[in-house]
Design a protein around this ligand. Structure first.
Ligand code: CS2
Length: 429
C-alpha cells in the first residue's frame, strides 16, 4: 500500500498509543470527517514499536475490516500521516511545539494514568507540552480515549502532577500553571470492539482487496465516541462520523463502563473458569449470561438519566457480543483485573450498598475474579505482586485481602466480604 506520491494530510493531531483500537476508532473517525484532508495524525507507539514499523513502509495507510455477522467490508484509512516509535521524543516535542498541532489524543491504557515517571507516555507528553510552552505554540486540547471514569480529570491530574515535578527540578518553573491555563482536557467515552488482528485477517485482505497490507485492523461495525470539552485550536468534524458532543458526559460514560465493559469483565472471568475462549462463546453459556443479566439489572438502577435508553442499549450489546465472526478473546479482557473492577464494578456495588441492597450481581464479578486469579497460569496486572501475596493466605482472610486490592472500603465492609466469599466458585457449579 502507498499514497502513490499524494501527500498525507498535514499533522494537526498527535496521538500516544498507536494500537489497533486507536486505528479502528480515532483514526477512522478522523478519516471520515469532511475536512479529513486538513487533519493528519502523527501516531506514536506505546508498548509496541513494531506497530510503527509495520505502518511506516505503507505511508501510514491501513485497511479497516468491518466485520458484521453477515460478512466483511474493507476500507482504507488514510488519516495516519506518520507512524512514529514512541521512543522518538525529539519528534514528539517538535510536533507539540508546532502551532498547527491542535489536538493530542491518548489511548495509553488505564494503568498509565498512575505512572508519573518521565519516560512513561504521560511524562513524554508533559515534556512535549513544555516544548510547546517554550515555542509559544498556544493552547491545545488533550483528549483521553481510555476506559476510565472521568478520564478528563484523570488526564489533567496526571499531567499537572508531572508538570509540578518538573517545575520543582528546574530553576524556571511555571509549567504546571501554563498547563492549567493553556491545555483543555476533553473527556470522552469511546466504544468499538476491536479484537487482535490474526495472520488469517492479513491473508484475507490480500485475497479480497488485491494488495498486501502488513497490518490491517478488524472491528465491529458499531462505533461510538461521546466527547465533552473545548478545543481551543480546532478539531476535525468528527460529528460527520457520528461523534456526539455533550455537556454532561458522566451518564454516558457510566453506561458504557458498567454495561459494556462490566459485562466483558464478568464474561472474561466466569467464561475462562468455564473453559470458554471468546465473548461470543461465554455468552451462550446460561451461567455466564445470567451473571451478566443480574449485574446489568443492578447497574441499570443507577442509570436513570433521560436519554440513556438502557433497555435498547442492553439489547444492542447482546447482539454485538454475539457476533459470531468476531473472535474477542476473554484472556485479553482478563488482563489488569484489579484496575478494571475498580472502574466497572465497584461503583455499582457501592451504589447498591448505599441504597440498602446487597449488590449481589456486582459481588459476583469480584468473586469470579478471585476464583480466576487463584488458578490462572499467568496474571497480567499492575498489582500482580500484591495479588500473589494475598493468594498465599487462606479462607475468608484471603478473600478479604484480594478485595482490598480492588477497593479498601469494600474490604472493610464485613457483609460484602462474606457475600463475595460465599460466591467464590459459583462459576464452576
Ligand atoms: C474490553 C474493552 O479489553 C477490555 O477490557 O472490555 O477493550 C472493550 O472491548 C472496549 O472498551 C469496547 O469499546
Amino acid at each position: 500500500m502507498s499514497r502513490h506520491g499524494e501527500p498525507a494530510p498535514p499533522v494537526r493531531i498527535v496521538h500516544l498509543g498507536l494500537g489497533a483500537f486507536h486505528r479502528s476508532h480515532q483514526a477512522w473517525f478522523t478519516a471520515r470527517a469532511h475536512d479529513a484532508s486538513e487533519w493528519g495524525i502523527a501516531s506514536f507507539t506505546g508498548r509496541r514499536p513494531d506497530a510503527a514499523l509495520a505502518l511506516a513502509p505503507q505511508d501510514g495507510l491501513f485497511t479497516l475490516v468491518e466485520r458484521s455477522a453477515e460478512g466483511d467490508s474493507f476500507e482504507v484509512v488514510g488519516s495516519i500521516a506518520e507512524a512514529v516509535d514512541g521512543a522518538d521524543t525529539a519528534r514528539l516535542e517538535e510536533l507539540l511545539a508546532a502551532p498547527a498541532t491542535a489536538v493530542v489524543t491518548l489511548t495509553v491504557t488505564e494503568k498509565v494514568y498512575d505512572d508519573g515517571s518521565p519516560d512513561a507516555p504521560l511524562g513524554r507528553l508533559v515534556r512535549g507540552l513544555a516544548a510547546r510552552r517554550a515555542a509559544g505554540g498556544g493552547p491545545i486540547a488533550v483528549v483521553s480515549c481510555d476506559n476510565l471514569a472521568d478520564n478528563r480529570t484523570a488526564a489533567r491530574g496526571a499531567v499537572v502532577r508531572i508538570a509540578e515535578d518538573l517545575d520543582a527540578e528546574s530553576d524556571e518553573g511555571g509549567l504546571a500553571g501554563w498547563v492549567r491555563e493553556n491545555v483543555s482536557f476533553v473527556g470522552t467515552s469511546v466504544d468499538r470492539i476491536t479484537p487482535r488482528t490474526t495472520p488469517e485477517d492479513v491473508a484475507e485482505v490480500a485475497e479480497r482487496c488485491g494488495y498486501r497490507d502488513a497490518s490491517p485492523v478488524v472491528a465491529e461495525p458499531f462505533a461510538s465516541w461521546i466527547l465533552s470539552g473545548d478545543f481551543p485550536a480546532g478539531r476535525p468534524a468528527w460529528q460527520d462520523a457520528g461523534a456526539q458532543f455533550v455537556a454532561d458526559l458522566e451518564p454516558f460514560e457510566n453506561r458504557k463502563l458498567w454495561l459494556l465493559n462490566g459485562a466483558h469483565t464478568m464474561l472474561a472471568y466466569s467464561g475462562r473458569l468455564r473453559d470458554h475462549e471468546t465473548v461470543a462463546d461465554a455468552l451462550e453459556d446460561p451461567v455466564c449470561r445470567r451473571a451478566v443479566a443480574e449485574f446489568w439489572d443492578e447497574a441499570a438502577r443507577h442509570l436513570t438519566q433521560p436519554g440513556l435508553d438502557v433497555p435498547a442499549y442492553r439489547a444492542a450489546l447482546l447482539e454485538r457480543f454475539a457476533n459470531p465472526r468476531i473472535a474477542h478473546y476473554l484472556a485479553q479482557i482478563a488482563q489488569d483485573g484489579s484496575l478494571k473492577l475498580r472502574l466497572r464494578c465497584v461503583p455499582v456495588l457501592q451504589a447498591e450498598r448505599a441504597a440498602g441492597r446487597s449488590g449481589l450481581g456486582a459481588a459476583r464479578m469480584i468473586a469470579a475474579w478471585i476464583d480466576w486469579v487463584s488458578e490462572a497460569e499467568q496474571i497480567s496486572d499492575p498489582l500482580v505482586g500484591a495479588i500473589q501475596e494475598a493468594l498465599g493466605r487462606s479462607g475468608r482472610e484471603r478473600t478479604e485481602a484480594l478485595i482490598r486490592l480492588v477497593d479498601a472500603d469494600l474490604a472493610a465492609d464485613a457483609a460484602v466480604v462474606d457475600l463475595i466469599h460465599g460466591l467464590v466458585g459459583f462459576a464452576r457449579l
